[in-house]
Design a protein. Structure first.
Length: 436
């Protein structure tokens, strides 16, 4: 192609460049940032027309797949992309000058962004492609999803697990379907306990992490002089009986990861250690969690964020050795009525389940819990340490590019010497102005 020097990328397509192209990204197309900008900005028809004209491409995947470099491109397709962008086909005008200026200015970083972070020994191009391909829903969408901190799209097998059980409920009814899935549902608890290194019977499932957190905090013994604190610095203040320390592991509004392990260590060294409740909603799935090392008594988390599970599931870890109150609310899931055997009459006595299931209610979505179990299983297969590496790389790259190329200021919450930020990136977008 007769690419104009200095436009788009600082070189022209020439005979023999095919080998260089393949070497750059193992044969992957690396103009997706250009295509993505045009699609989501003001030139969607141009790219759609071109994509529809390229035989053998599935355009239901082209936007997100191109952006993520999941579609392998031949050299002639790469050349055609440049032709379209320069207005040589379909009688369209040239790319707007400000587009060229932005693309030229940030060509190296846009290229890196198109590749979506650097590869590693674990995150090879093939593995990245395999993980992304397991989420066909996300790949087929015209939406570029960047909100795993809110609710992440689920892998196909998670959705399949959910819908398969719903179909079973349609066939045989909810009770019979639940009975048939009892063993698999037990696997959800087992996988979750292994994920956080918790003993058997120490995890309860709820319809949200809010429910889990509420059940946990209401089980803390309190009296008129008890204090619940949120800041570890308040531990040393005299004249108070601290009943519990509540810590958010990673705030939802910035990249800070609090030193939960260090705080847990400090708490347990106290003469009369308070209970330690950890809100791990934004860390479970992107940070390795070990309840033994964290020394937590209660820990709440969610399915829908970094674990890529369905909405409508939260969990509560309960330390079996913690001095906790009886759950504030009980039903036949968490307790059993006691019969007066001689008279075979019900009494006012009941026996509370000794496991964490005493914090559960009998009613709940079995389909969601099964799907959550599959999501946890996938996370364990990949390895949370590997997920953490990938999330960290993407987040660091995003912070660098958005600050240097778009002029936005990083607003991540920092607390002193922070060794590592989470995958949550916050920016002041005012330099973009108005609707941008």
């Amino acid at each position: 192609a007769d690419a104009i020097p200095g436009e788009l990328y600082p070189w022209s397509w020439e005979a023999g460049d095919e080998d260089n192209f393949k070497a750059f990204g193992d044969g992957r197309l690396f103009v997706p940032p250009i295509l993505t900008k045009l699609i989501f900005d003001r030139e969607p028809e141009r790219v759609i027309k071109w994509a529809e004209d390229v035989g053998g491409w599935d355009f239901t995947r082209v936007i997100t797949a191109h952006y993520n470099n999941d579609v392998r491109a031949k050299p002639e397709e790469f050349k055609r992309a440049f032709d379209v962008l320069k207005g040589k086909e379909y009688g369209v005008s040239r790319v707007l000058p400000e587009d060229l200026e932005l693309l030229q200015k940030g060509s190296d970083k846009l290229t890196k962004f198109g590749v979506v972070a650097e590869t590693s020994d674990f995150w090879t191009p093939d593995r990245i492609h395999s993980v992304r391909s397991s989420m066909s829903g996300a790949l087929s969408s015209n939406h570029l999803h960047c909100n795993a901190a809110g609710a992440c799209p689920s892998p196909d097998s998670v959705i399949s697990t959910l819908t398969t059980h719903l179909r079973k409920e349609l066939e045989v009814g909810g009770y019979a379907a639940a009975d048939g899935a009892a063993d698999t549902l037990g696997g959800t608890y087992e996988n979750l306990e292994m994920l956080i290194n918790a003993p058997a019977g120490s995890v309860a499932l709820h319809d949200s992490s809010t429910s889990s957190f509420t059940h946990g905090i209401h089980s803390i013994p309190l009296d008129e002089e008890s204090v619940i604190i949120r800041l570890s610095s308040e531990l040393s203040k005299p004249g108070r009986r601290v009943a519990a320390v509540v810590l958010t592991h990673a705030p939802t509004n910035g990249g800070l990861i609090n030193n939960a392990e260090g705080i847990g260590e400090m708490i347990k060294k106290l003469k009369d250690p308070p209970l330690f409740l950890l809100d791990a909603c934004q860390t479970v799935g992107q940070v390795e969690l070990d309840v033994v090392k964290l020394k937590v008594d209660l820990m709440a988390g969610t399915s829908r964020k970094w674990l890529r599970g369905p909405r409508g599931v939260g969990f509560l870890y309960v330390n079996p050795t913690a001095n906790l109150l009886e759950p504030s609310h009980l039903d036949l899931r968490g307790a059993t009525w006691v019969l007066d055997n001689p008279s075979s009459k019900w009494t006012f006595d009941y026996e509370v389940d000794k496991s964490a299931k005493r914090y559960e209610f009998w009613e709940g979505s079995v389909a969601n819990k099964l799907a959550f179990g599959r999501a946890v299983e996938i996370a364990r297969e990949i390895g949370v340490g590997n997920i953490r590496e990938r999330v960290r790389g993407l987040a660091d790259m995003t912070r660098s590019m958005v600050e240097s190329e778009l002029g936005m200021r990083c607003m991540d919450v920092r607390d002193g010497e922070v060794k590592e930020l989470s995958g949550i990136c916050s920016f002041d977008a005012s330099p973009l102005g108005g609707a941008d």
